[in-house]
Design a protein around this ligand. Structure first.
Ligand code: FES
Length: 111
């Protein structure tokens, strides 16, 4: 098995929040191991992205959410919540995204 396959096999869904604690159009930062992940409920769709802006490594958690995106509160770069792609300058690089699911009352993130 390749190293990449080993890493994929090691990834597991981790419960990070109760579904009731993340109403529509809110977001919360959670720590999973060394990763700080921002879990977003955007119009009742769940997303999980890195909480660290790719422009200057500032947290995204206080940023404004729009329809499918979040804006960095520092310089205004927006990121696509589904893909992590930078949608405008000054950010050029994407942020990491994570698979997210609901299991019972829990929101789980694949890390
Ligand atoms: S730190 Fe986020 S856009 Fe500059």
């Amino acid at each position: 098995m390749s190293t990449e396959a080993n890493a994929a096999a090691a990834a597991t869904f981790t419960p990070v929040l109760k579904l009731a604690d993340l109403p529509a159009n809110t977001k919360k930062a959670v720590q999973v191991g060394a990763r700080c992940i921002l879990v977003c409920n955007n119009n009742d769709k769940l997303f999980a992205i890195s909480n660290v802006c790719s422009h200057n490594e500032k947290p995204l958690e206080r940023g404004r959410m729009g329809n499918g995106w979040i804006a960095c509160p520092v310089h205004g770069a927006r990121f696509d919540l589904a893909t992590g792609a930078a949608l405008n300058l000054p950010a050029k690089l994407p942020v990491a995204t994570y698979e997210v699911r609901v299991s019972g009352d829990d929101i789980e993130v694949l890390v």
